[in-house]
Write a protein that binds this ligand. Structure first.
Ligand SMILES: [Ca+2]
Ligand SMILES: [Ca+2]
Ligand SMILES: [Ca+2]
Length: 487
């Protein structure tokens, strides 16, 4: 019990009166009629607006007698909580028939599941006159409901970014004062917190709170919320001292079959998009266990960019496995980069996010995938036909050479994964590649996103060894070059 309260309370007698239906109207009827202004007792009480940190409602005030000839005899507090079945009463007996100001202070403990505290005060004098607060003798209703928090648990937090965004709503009937997001990893011992404070005290608030944690050595993010309202009532989520526990991971594995499907790597930040692979029906002949792994772009075992990418670390980097898997149709990949403040610059850089392009690693070089940044979702997307390591780099405008295949010689007769095919980088549906033999006869046309040449003609037969000429039609340009087929 609060110390200052104890010292002021002169005498407390607790009574319990059976709460009966319709007490409110009975209470009104007990007002003594006919008191004369200036001679009846006075009661001064401002009405409480808050609970203290111990969830105590402290009812304080002052009572005065009207005239010295009729001193006070008692001050009575009657109260009940909505989830209680009895009305409690505390009586301060003014044993010496006080004629001066009588200060009172009564603490009432508000239980966790209470919604309202109903109370009224009455003061009596030796002439049996009574005055109530509230003046009409009805019960004052104090909202003591705890704020109510809803939140869908974060599915997974990226081990690379460590960014977690928690969203939800808080309903605080008495007005929201603050909202705390407490979080730590299982590798940490102390909770950190992010706090929102409210001066406008909304009764309903939709929140989105973003934190960044050190994920080193961690497997889980543990977190919980606390909302405080204007009555200092605390609402927690989860309840009862529980915490949410969300995996910290940079891996997602899904088995995809001939019917196609989507693999999504959740990163813990719902304010932007997610890295994903969209595989159409018919791209695979059989079930394949497909894994996306987010890599740390600052890992120096990953090569820095080269033309057309800027010579720098990638914005982000992902490995798709099984390594080297070929698809029968183009698939779409959407790679996340960080622009968490949505200022149009990739975070921590001066690069405009429009420059964020996808490149693939051919084990020697980074090569261009025609791609486009979705600046709202912070995804750079492009179409590919095989799995390897893919990264997002800032890239310059493309030259003719960027579209030319890096393979100058292919050996399609030996399916040994070395120079089995030539890839025309940066092409998309609508672009065309024609391949001619040295006599000028067109032997193969590549279009509709199938821009790798495996050394076959339009009938599917591997062509004779020799020199072949390609002509790329892209964005109104014609780009030519040669490829040697060696059997
Ligand atoms: Ca995201
Ligand atoms: Ca940014
Ligand atoms: Ca953006």
């Amino acid at each position: 019990m609060n110390k200052k309260c104890v010292t002021i309370i002169l005498c407390v007698i607790c009574l319990s009166i059976a709460k009966v239906h319709g007490f409110y109207s009975v209470g009104r009827a007990t007002v003594t009629a006919g008191v004369t202004l200036g001679t009846d007792p006075h009661i001064y009480h401002a009405g409480i607006t808050s609970l203290n940190e111990e969830s105590l409602a402290i009812i304080t005030g002052t009572a005065n007698c009207g005239v010295a000839s009729t001193p006070l005899t008692s001050v009575v507090l009657e109260y009940y909580l909505d989830n209680e079945t009895v009305i409690s009463s505390r009586t301060h007996n003014a044993a010496n028939n006080i004629t001066t100001a009588f200060n009172f202070s009564v603490p009432i403990y508000v239980t966790r599941h209470s919604k309202y505290l109903y109370y009224r005060l009455s003061v009596y004098d030796t002439a049996s006159r009574v005055v109530y607060w509230p003046p009409a003798a009805n019960y004052y209703a104090l909202d003591v409901r705890a704020p109510y928090i809803t939140h869908d648990q974060i599915e997974q937090v990226s081990a690379v970014s460590g960014i977690a965004v928690a969203t939800g709503t808080v309903i605080a009937q008495a007005g929201l004062a603050s909202l705390d997001f407490f979080y730590k990893t299982d590798a940490q011992t102390v909770y950190s917190s992010s706090t929102l404070s409210f001066t406008d005290n909304p009764t309903e608030y939709v929140f989105s709170m973003k934190v960044k944690t050190d994920t080193a050595g961690a497997s889980f993010l543990q977190y919980y919320f606390r909302a405080l309202d204007n009555l200092n009532k605390a609402g927690f989520l989860p309840y009862g001292g529980q915490v949410f526990s969300t995996p910290i991971s940079s891996v997602k594995t899904v088995t995809i079959g001939p019917g196609g499907g989507i693999i999504v790597l959740q990163d813990g930040n719902c304010e932007d998009g997610e890295t994903s692979i969209e595989i159409p029906a018919g791209a695979l002949d059989s079930n394949v266990e497909i894994t996306i792994t987010e890599l740390n772009p600052n890992d120096n075992t990953i090569a820095a960019g080269n033309s057309p990418a800027m010579s720098r670390r990638p914005f982000s980097c992902f490995r798709f496995t099984p390594e080297g898997l070929q698809f029968k149709k183009m698939i779409k990949i959407n790679l996340l980069y960080q622009d968490t403040d949505q200022d149009g610059k990739v975070d921590g850089t001066d690069f405009d996010e429009e420059t964020a392009k996808v490149l693939w690693w051919d084990n020697f070089d980074w090569r261009y995938v025609r791609s486009r940044a979705d600046v709202q979702e912070n995804l750079s997307s492009g179409n590919i036909k095989h799995f390897s390591m893919y990264a997002v780099f800032p890239a310059r405008a493309l030259s003719d050479d960027d579209y030319r295949p890096k393979e100058r010689i292919i050996t399609p007769a030996y399916a040994d994964n070395i120079n089995d095919f030539a890839t025309f980088d940066g092409l998309i549906e609508g672009d065309i590649v024609n391949i001619f033999d040295v006599t000028g006869r067109r032997i193969r046309q590549l279009k509709d996103n199938g821009f790798t040449w495996d050394g076959t003609d339009d009938d599917g037969s591997i062509v004779e060894s020799g020199l072949y000429i390609y002509q790329i039609k892209v964005e109104g340009r014609l780009i030519s070059g040669t490829i040697v087929v060696a059997k």
